[in-house]
Write a protein that binds this ligand. Structure first.
Ligand code: TRP
Length: 453
């Protein structure tokens, strides 16, 4: 029966289209905005090394599980989990795993859209030349001026959320495929140019060794948790985004090869972003751990000084906005697919409703950068809490449950049937990682962070 199931929402036109869409989902603010600032907050090299280990040993096997479940269920994550549980004679409460994902998706999208709004403002500033020749103090005051203006932030948040809703209403193929095909390679090239510029600064080596030379004395239990959280966040794992994309994947495509390509592209973009940013941080004596504003105060200095900086700066923030866009749609898609399936809503209405909900949640993040900046719980603002809860708790928990379902509960023959890589070394290695290393890894990191281990 499973092989015959078809998605009511359509299918990717090819395996390549899926790779593009899934890479579009993975590559976004997580790589260029979040990776450098989190790396800075947790001390550099040791964090990066752990991040890479989490990507390879925990996230990649879970990505294979998530795509596999999606393609087998061919529905929104909630209904996919429900049907697969039913089919294998398991408890139907597994559908709540789909719900966990939908909630996490709203929470992430709510702040994601606020940050993406910053890039909209920066497109305007870069193109109007306001970065040319700025000093670090000038750019700091530009950035702080933006954060201190809640009305503007709300307008930008609204514009970005509307973009997201529009693309999601157009459906998976027409909207997505085209955007990713040209924009991703362009972003990649621009990042290479930025790394080239970073090489010309006196602190390039210092930046590189900060990024790649592990100093384990700077790593805390919390840092290990953050590395795992970043791996899930950056690869869009643990909340059903990749599952719902997998549900539109043709049954002939190879899930394993596809996952490997996505991981390679996503990780290269993050590392390139780090290589472009840290040399600037040190060259201008900025603080690597300064937080979410890191790229917004370092990159403009570079654009203000390099040749054709106005052009490159504009192009960079435009591409970053598009990268954020192809990610944000995947945060909304699981909820929208469910509304279409179960509430019989039109795609447009479903997208608008879900977008509105995330928009409302996002207002809190807007305020946490200005009028609520001192309202803290456990020393964290509203934005910090949303970000921390989703990346460090909900996504790894979702991923853990996805792995348990895929390799402990679903019978071996079902995964052999779905992955279509036979029963050889590749299959066995995946199963070993997904069965033992990934779930145990997630658990140990959780326990370690709350101080039990
Ligand atoms: N991975 C995206 C980024 O790096 C963000 C994202 C899109 C995401 N879909 C997701 C994060 C699902 C977690 C879960 O910017």
């Amino acid at each position: 029966m499973t092989g015959l199931r078809k998605s009511i929402h359509g299918e990717w036109s090819s395996r390549w289209a899926f790779i593009l869409a899934a890479t579009g989902s993975a590559v976004g603010l997580g790589n260029i905005w979040r990776f450098p600032y989190i790396t800075g907050q947790y001390g550099g090299g040791a964090f990066v090394l752990l991040y890479i280990m989490c990507v390879l040993l925990i996230a990649m096997p879970i990505m294979i599980c998530e795509i596999m479940l999606g393609r087998r269920g061919r529905q929104s994550p909630i209904n996919t989990m429900f049907s697969l549980a039913e089919e294998e004679g398991l408890n139907k409460a597994w559908r709540y795993l789909g719900w966990l994902g939908v909630v996490a998706g709203f929470m992430i999208l709510s702040f994601y859209s606020v940050i993406a709004g910053w890039t909209l403002d920066y497109i305007y500033r870069a193109s109007s030349g306001s970065f040319s020749g700025v000093s670090d103090t000038e750019i700091l005051s530009i950035f702080n001026g933006l954060l201190g203006n809640p009305e503007l932030l709300i307008v930008l948040h609204t514009v970005f959320m509307s973009f997201t809703v529009i693309i999601v209403s157009m459906g998976v193929q027409s909207g997505l495929e085209r955007a990713v095909k040209f924009l991703m390679p362009a972003l990649f090239i621009l990042l290479l140019i930025m790394v080239g510029y970073a090489m010309s600064t006196p602190a390039f080596n210092q930046g590189l060794s900060y990024l790649f030379k592990p100093d384990f004395s700077r790593l805390t239990g919390e840092g290990v948790l953050a590395a795992m959280g970043q791996a899930f966040f950056s690869l869009s794992l643990g909340m059903g985004a990749i599952m719902v994309y997998g549900s539109y994947l043709s049954s002939r495509a190879s899930i394993v090869r596809t996952s490997i390509s996505i991981v390679i592209m996503d990780t290269s973009v993050a590392l390139l972003a780090g290589m472009a940013i840290f040399p600037l941080v040190f060259a201008y004596g900025l603080e690597p751990g300064s937080g979410p504003g890191l790229i917004f105060v370092t990159l403009p200095i570079a654009f203000g000084q390099m040749p054709y900086g106005q052009f490159f700066g504009t192009a960079f923030f435009v591409l970053l906005m598009f990268a954020a866009w192809t990610s944000s749609i995947s945060l909304l898609e699981p909820a929208v697919a469910w509304l279409v399936e179960n509430r019989d809503m039109k795609r447009v209405n479903a997208a608008a409703l879900a977008g509105l909900l995330a928009w409302i949640l996002g207002i809190g993040s807007v305020f946490s950068f200005n009028i609520w900046q001192d309202a803290k719980l456990f020393d964290k603002t509203y934005f910090d809490i949303m970000d921390y809860l989703t990346s460090n708790v909900m996504l790894p928990l979702g991923g853990l449950l996805i792995a348990i379902f895929s390799v402990w509960l679903m019978p071996r023959r079902s995964s052999i049937d779905e992955l279509k890589i036979g029963d050889g070394l590749a299959y066995k290695s995946w199963r070993l990682l997904a069965r033992y290393l990934a779930p145990v890894g997630v658990l140990i990191i959780f326990l370690n962070a709350i101080g039990i281990l």
